[in-house]
Design a protein around this ligand. Structure first.
Ligand code: TRP
Length: 433
């Protein structure tokens, strides 16, 4: 049975916080351990450029996010872990998709419309400050997903529309260029109902944009403790009964604790546990999970060269899938080699390498039919003269194959520079096997 491909991107603009850990990193690492899935996790650093023009911040965030995922237990041997910007096939695919994407579809993007509305509200030109990057954001995201034909894309609710757009774009491409086969799998958004969004210090969703986050590793245990101390509570004194649901403390604790620990904590609050003491317990519980990961994180961050190596290997592994697939897509839209025969399957053309020698037949602009013989590495051995018809070319190939030897010189073949008759005969013998 083939595995389900699960793919998600992380925009590299910030420093990971507890909400990212509980809502995305932890479930993703857990899911990657299943034998039934093939996981793709990548740093959406091209997307980051859309939101941020501070090079130092982009550079820092990529490193921190890569180190965070590794420290949280992602095994780069098990999954595809890469930076979007290390896969040149992604921007190439973005262009192929851009050419089939209706402008009207992009006009309907929530993110774009929100920017336009904000401009209208402040009396600005509707498109003030809106780049083509922002406008085309969903197409780049579609390329991320379709490049690897992901089945499932775990995302937050705010991203559902983008997945739907990716489906629309994929279906359009399949329809236009499929020619009987679907190039792209239609992806589905996977919204984890069980993974609650974590509230921030003030009780609203934990988010960088509300400035209410608890950092995951940054600042160490000290910073974690100080930040937890800032979680908003009421002014009830120690000894007074507390409503456990009146503060973000409870869900934050709950994201780490067992059901028993949660029940105990609720009871203690109802029993009059002081807020200060309660925060200390929350800190200790989280620290128990986080401390070993933080130690790994600090080791990793101190050796950026090691992370670079991991990501380079991840890019190479991912490109082994992306490059032949993109070649297939280029072929489908008509960006083809002038010499590749029309009947050669796309996948053969795309890899350029066969594990056997092969004959290729093609027609030249002079209207004649030719063939050539390539060795297993794709090196040109022999080139034929032009024939009147494909049939005659085919008969000539058949003759070569059946005798497995090269006829006397002057019989209509040209050997490539440095190729000997023995090379050709060896290839013919390999073909005969
Ligand atoms: N847009 C996503 C976000 O902001 C990040 C992202 C980029 C992504 N490419 C993706 C997520 C592909 C899933 C699949 O959260």
């Amino acid at each position: 049975m083939s595995k389900t491909r699960v793919l998600t991107g992380i925009t590299t603009t910030g420093t990971p916080h507890l909400g990212n850990y509980v809502g995305a990193i932890r479930p993703a690492v857990a899911a990657s351990l299943s034998d039934n899935v093939e996981s793709y996790y990548f740093m959406a650093d091209y997307h980051a450029l859309i939101k941020c023009d501070d090079p130092a911040r982009i550079a820092r965030s990529r490193l921190e996010i890569a180190a965070t995922w590794l420290a949280c237990g992602l095994d780069p041997e098990r999954v595809y872990f890469y930076r979007q910007s290390d896969i040149p096939e992604i921007p190439e695919l973005t262009w192929l998709l851009t050419c089939v994407t209706a402008k009207g579809l992009m006009n309907r993007s929530h993110a774009y419309k929100a920017s336009v509305d904000a401009n209208a509200a402040s009396g600005e030109d509707p498109d003030a400050g809106i780049t083509m990057g922002l406008y085309s954001y969903p197409i780049l995201m579609a390329a991320d997903i379709l490049m690897f034909n992901a089945h499932r894309v775990p995302v937050g609710r705010d991203q559902i529309q983008h997945i739907e757009m990716a489906r629309d774009i994929a279906a359009r491409f399949n329809h236009l260029f499929g020619n009987g086969r679907d190039h792209f799998t239609l992806p589905e958004a996977a919204i984890e109902e069980s993974v609650a969004t974590l509230p921030g210090l003030d009780g609203r969703k934990m988010s960088k944009s509300y400035d209410n986050t608890v950092p995951l590793f940054e600042g160490g245990a000290k910073r974690l403790k100080e930040t937890i101390a800032r979680i908003v509570t009421d002014s009830r004194l120690p000894g007074e009964a507390k409503d456990p649901d009146s503060t973000a403390l409870m869900p934050i604790f709950g994201a780490f604790a067992t059901p028993n620990e949660i029940a105990e904590f609720r009871a203690a609050l109802a029993d009059g546990l002081g807020w200060g003491e309660a925060k200390q317990r929350v800190f200790e519980r989280i620290e128990r999970d986080i401390a070993p990961m933080r130690a790994r994180y600090e080791e990793l961050i101190a050796k950026p060269g090691h992370i670079e190596d991991i990501l380079q290997a991840g890019a190479a592994k991912s490109r082994r899938l992306a490059a032949p697939f993109l070649a297939q897509l280029r072929e489908a839209v008509g960006l083809r080699s002038f010499v590749a025969p029309a009947h050669t399957t796309a996948s053969k053309v795309s890899t350029g390498k066969a594990d056997k020698p092969q004959f290729k037949q093609y027609r030249e602009n002079d209207g004649r039919f030719y063939f050539k013989l390539l060795d297993a590495d794709g090196r040109l051995l022999l080139q034929s003269e032009g024939f009147e018809s494909p049939k005659l070319a085919g008969q000539s190939i058949a003759a070569l194959r059946s005798t497995a030897s090269l006829p006397a010189a002057g019989s209509g073949y040209t050997l490539s520079d440095g190729v000997t008759a023995a090379d050709v005969e060896q290839a013919l013998a390999q073909l005969a096997e």
